[in-house]
Ligand binder design. Structure first.
Ligand SMILES: Cc1cc2nc3c(=O)[nH]c(=O)nc-3n(C[C@H](O)[C@H](O)[C@H](O)COP(=O)(O)OP(=O)(O)OC[C@H]3O[C@@H](n4cnc5c(N)ncnc54)[C@H](O)[C@@H]3O)c2cc1C
Length: 386
């Protein structure tokens, strides 16, 4: 779907309105993440709940421009929307109901029955989802996960293992769990899990940043699976499971970069609103930050558009994620510095954004892992024309 300059302007304007709602409840959710359920009536949360549901599965547009309807299905649409929503509040955005990251995998790898089952969940009302790859002992090295899909004595499939740092895990009704069927990378499969089934439990973890997402510890203990719960069962082993999912991660990463950009921008805007007189040194620092925000936005949007056209250009997402994570950390530090001594206490929003900004380093792969992605793209010649 075409996205023109005027489309972007409409997108930004509409998302800004939602962002105001997210900002209004940001500090409440930071203190008491479980209270997000009280706010699902807000237009912003209702929109996020239907973001990324294709029209053929009952989705409604999140933005309409003339005859064109946008559902948040492309990377470019998402980065525009996410930057604005995150500038409102990244924690509330991440903690909101909706198909979230899992829907990128569902859309790429699930069969039509699985898609129907997944998306219909959110059409009935607000519902949370999760995406469970990380384990207590395995984060960056996804190929080494220990959660297992095995057959019991009756020949039925069971899912057993632990997942850690899983966003919205303890409030979700549906989600995806990565698990191995044998000890090879091709043996890693993705299971669609309904959390009301016995064998699933989740406990929230206490965290410092983006507390709204309520990271959780999941336990799967003899969780019964049916063949139709395995995502991509109609695809070849090289196209489903972890290998298939790795391609889709490239489509998620620009979204994490946009989240970080949103927080960096929020910190910049806050200082400009709160103070009107700056020293020469401060003016230079703010101007430099403003230029970096603009150039990062261009970088993220062009990475998103390139990946929409060719997912093999995932290294562009890695590059933007590296830059965005670092800028969010620097911008929130600079904002605290510019607001003077005591700013951590006197400016609760800055305090919050400072903590939130530190989470992006870990989401969707750390900087070291992104650098490895970029190096691999360079080494195998993919970056020649970049
Ligand atoms: C806010 C937030 C939300 C999250 N949401 C989810 C979620 O919804 N679902 C989910 O599955 N996970 C989620 N995670 C977990 C996240 O994906 C992991 O934290 C991340 O993959 C890193 O894994 P780890 O914490 O085990 O660190 P490790 O993998 O142990 O890494 C520790 C350090 O070692 C470095 N390192 C590791 N391997 C290498 C290597 N090969 N070369 C060089 N350096 C290396 C890393 O860069 C890092 O600095 C979330 C995390 C956060 C903070």
């Amino acid at each position: 779907m075409m996205i023109t300059r005027s489309t972007i302007a409409v997108f930004e304007r509409e998302m800004k309105q939602y962002a105001t709602e997210l900002r209004d409840i940001g500090l409440v959710i930071d203190r008491e993440p479980e209270r997000i359920a009280e706010f699902t009536h807000l237009a912003s949360l209702r929109t996020i709940n239907r973001m990324m549901i294709p029209p053929e599965y009952g989705g409604e547009p999140i933005v309409t421009v003339g005859q064109e309807r946008y559902y948040g299905l492309s990377c470019l649409e998402r980065v525009i929307a996410i930057e604005e929503l995150s500038a409102g509040d990244a924690g509330v955005f991440l903690g909101s109901p909706g198909p979230s990251m899992s829907s990128v995998i569902i859309s790429a790898l699930a069969d039509s029955q699985q898609k129907e089952r997944y998306y219909s969940h959110f059409l009935k009302g607000p519902a949370w989802s999760f995406f469970a790859l990380t384990e207590p002992e395995k984060g960056s090295d996804a190929t080494g996960i220990g959660t297992r899909i095995s057959r019991n004595k009756e020949g039925k499939l069971n899912l057993d293992g632990q997942k850690y740092y899983i966003g919205n895990g303890s409030r979700a009704s549906i989600g995806l769990v990565f698990a191995q069927t044998n000890r090879t990378p091709l043996g890693i499969q993705i299971a669609l899990v309904d959390t009301s089934v016995q064998g699933f439990s989740a406990t929230p973890l206490d965290t410092m940043g983006v507390r709204g997402v309520q990271l959780s510890h999941l336990t799967l203990d003899g969780f019964p699976l049916a063949e139709e719960d395995i995502i991509g069962r109609h695809l070849s082993p090289t196209k489903r499971g972890l290998w298939g999912a790795l391609q889709t991660f490239h489509r998620m990463r620009p979204g994490v970069a946009a989240l970080a950009l949103g927080v960096a921008r929020a910190a910049y805007d806050y200082v400009k609103e709160q103070r009107s007189v700056f020293s020469e040194r401060e003016k230079v620092e703010l101007e430099r930050l403003e230029m970096r925000l603009h150039s990062l936005r261009s970088m993220i949007r062009s990475a998103a558009a390139e990946i929409d056209a060719d997912v093999q250009k995932g290294y562009l997402a890695s590059l933007s994620k590296i830059r965005a994570g670092a800028l969010a950390e620097e911008a929130t530090e600079l904002a605290l510095d510019l607001m003077g001594p005591g700013s951590m206490i006197d400016h609760p929003l800055l305090n919050k954004w400072y903590r939130d900004a530190r989470a992006f380093e870990f989401m969707e792969g750390t900087t070291s892992i992104q650098k490895i992605n970029v190096f691999q793209a360079y080494a195998n010649g993919k970056m020649k024309h970049a």
